[in-house]
Structure formats: C-alpha cells, structure tokens
Design a protein around this ligand. Structure first.
Ligand code: SAM
Ligand code: SF4
Length: 342
C-alpha cells in the first residue's frame, strides 16, 4: 500500500465544506446499513447463531432521513443502502423515495442478496433507486446452500430477472470466490452475467466475517483474472474513470465487462472516499476501523445538529491511512460484515 503523508498535526477537524481527512482524502460516498438482520448466513460474512442489535437501537426511517440529509449537506453525493439484508426493512420503498429526493445526492444504490427482490425491484426503481448490486456467488443450488447455509437460489435468480425488467441505471452481480467451494463458478458466473448484459464483479474474501479468516481459502484477483482469460480470451483493461472505485474492470473479447475488487492483494485505501453508517447509528471511517462514533446520541432524545456535524467531520478527520489487513499488527474489528454494512 502507498503510504499517505499526513497533511497536518491538527487534532481537530478544520472548518470547511468538504468531509476531508488528515491525509487529504475528500469523502463523498457513504454506505448506510438499514439492518443487521439477514435471511441468509453466508459463511464468509456471519455466524449461523449471530445475535442482532435490539430493534429499539436501530435507526428509524425518520432518523435515517435526518442523518442522510446532514451527510449530503456535508458533502456526501453517493449513498449505497446495505445491511444485513436491506430488503428486510418493511419501509424500504418509502425510505428509498425519501432519500432519492435529497438535494445534492447524485447517486442512490443498493446492495442485496436478491432473495426478496422479485416483488420489490419495480417499486424500488420507481422510488428513485439508480443502481443495484446483487450478490450471486454460485449458480449451483447445492453450493448456494453450503455457502449461505440456506436454500433459495431460485428466488435470487428470479430477483435478477425482475431487476433487469425494472431497467435500473446499472446492475452488477457480486461474488466472493472461495477455494474448493465455488471456485468452479468463476466462468459460469461471468457467462451468466454477460448473457444478460450485466457486469460480474468478484470480491476477494476479507477478514471481516465471523469465522477466523483463512487467507489460503481466498481466490486472489490475479487468480480470478487468469481463470477468466483462460476461458474467455484476453481481457482488455479499461481506464479507471473513477479513481475511488474499488473495482478494476476489463472488457471481455466477445462483449461484456467484468470487474475485480482486490481489497486484500491490491488495497485502494489511498483513494478511499467512503464512510459507513451502521444500522444502529455508528459512523465508521473504514470497514476495518476498530473505533466508531455513536451518531444516534446526537439524534436522541433531540437533534443536536451542530454537535452531530462536528462529530461526523471529526470521525472523517481521524481516519487512518489504510486498513492494514496484511500487516502483522492488524486487529480484526469486533463487528462482522453483516453488522457493519458491506
Ligand atoms: N446482504 C446483502 C448482500 O449480501 O448483498 C448486503 C450486505 S453484504 C454484507 C454486502 C456485500 O459484502 C456482499 O456482496 C457480500 O458478498 C460482501 N461480503 C460479505 N462478507 C465478506 C467478506 N468476508 N469478504 C468480502 N466480501 C464480503
Ligand atoms: Fe447476509 Fe449479505 Fe452477509 Fe450473506 S453477505 S449473510 S446475504 S449480509
């Protein structure tokens, strides 16, 4: 990872309009987790017996609306709704409608496991959702059960069909590939996506799940690239139009595009412009942060907007230079992926 020079020794975030950290990175993107609950139990993400935050601690749609407005007024232009499984929120369509009308927000996206998407895709599109990422690790129902500890692949595939019909600005499919579990799916997934005009994205498995991370089970970006080239022909690298985008993308010879997110082997921390808000209202400057800021305390019982804005700015300012996943001193956060928001 490229070391980032710190801008200043200031301990307090400077006044200004941008959400800037002490390394000069300006933050314009926020992932908002709507729930820590999920209807799957993916091995790499959460424990079969995961416990969940008490419902009274989860941000209400009204609180989310206030926080999102303040984040957008502070410089956030892109919001991705996530979880847990965001489609488990009963108010997901209304929430999407409210957020999509925020002045200054240019992109509203959502990441889902797709199980409940079939009935919701069209309403979400109408409510103003611009883009969709759907997780799809395998096309094999037995592997789906092994990976997610649940059945339901047919519902995910139906959800993808509904999303295509709803004509989102973009639909990407996300897969985490694990050795000896679904590594035979790299090419079938690419073919499935390309045939439907969708982009397939492979994500390196990261040490953020409930289980101890087995790096040897990770299929690296380079390995995925080689598997794809061996079957689909040379991949043509595309120029990075958005430096902060986590994926490197390639054009496939006979049409289509694939993307690979090499968070472990080629970290992109020096370009990171992303914040994360957990479903219970904690702001995290990095997926791997070991500290986080309780924003709910500034919303309940009454909104303290000035302190809230200062707390957001200070959290961003204090962001570290990188996640350090591969360093010997790396300490895994106590929250796992489902309770942070991937
Ligand atoms: N439930 C939704 C879903 O699965 O799409 C949204 C939340 S999930 C936490 C968001 C993304 O995080 C998914 O694409 C999932 O594959 C990814 N993810 C979860 N655990 C991961 C891990 N340990 N390493 C890499 N990606 C992970
Ligand atoms: Fe649920 Fe998504 Fe985690 Fe799978 S990756 S357990 S679908 S939150």
């Amino acid at each position: 990872m490229i070391p980032l020079p710190s801008l200043t020794s200031l301990h307090t975030a400077p006044m200004g309009t941008d959400l800037i950290d002490s390394y000069g990175r300006i933050h314009t993107s926020c992932r908002i987790s709507l729930t820590d609950k999920c209807n799957l139990r993916c091995q790499y993400c959460m424990d079969e017996n995961a416990t969940f935050v008490n419902q009274s601690q989860i941000l209400t749609s009204q609180e989310l609306g206030v926080l999102a407005r303040i984040l957008v007024e502070s410089g956030i232009t892109k919001i991705r709704l996530t979880g847990g499984e965001p489609l488990l929120r009963k108010d997901i369509v209304e929430l999407t409608r409210d957020l999509s009308s925020l002045k200054g927000l240019t992109d509203l996206a959502l990441t889902t496991n797709g199980l409940l998407l079939s009935d919701l895709a069209s309403d979400l599109r109408t409510a103003g959702l611009d883009r969709l990422n759907i997780s799809l690790d395998t096309l094999d129902p037995t592997q789906f059960k092994t990976l997610s500890r649940r059945n339901g692949l047919q519902y995910v595939l139906a959800g993808i069909d509904s999303a295509i019909n709803a004509k989102f600005g973009s639909i990407k499919l996300n897969a985490v590939i694990l050795k000896n579990i679904n590594d035979d799916q790299v090419v079938p997934l690419a073919t499935y996506a390309i045939e439907r005009g969708l982009e397939m994205r492979y994500i390196e498995s990261m040490p953020i799940g409930a289980q101890d991370w087995d790096k040897s089970a990770m299929v690296s970006a380079d390995q995925i690239h080689s598997i794809l080239e061996a079957k689909l022909g040379p991949l043509e690298p595309e120029p990075r139009t958005d430096e902060a985008s986590p994926a490197e993308t390639w054009k496939v010879k006979n049409g289509g595009r694939i993307g690979i997110i090499a968070s472990v082997t080629k970290p992109f921390c020096s370009q990171c412009n992303r914040l994360r808000l957990t479903a219970d209202g904690y702001l995290r400057a990095c997926l791997f942060s070991t500290d986080e800021t309780d924003l709910k305390g500034f919303l309940r019982p009454n909104l303290d907007q000035i302190s809230l804005i200062q707390a957001i700015r200070q959290t961003v300012w204090n962001k570290g230079p990188g996640h350090g996943i591969t360093s010997n001193s790396f300490v895994k956060p106590t929250r796992t992926m489902h309770s942070i928001g991937g």
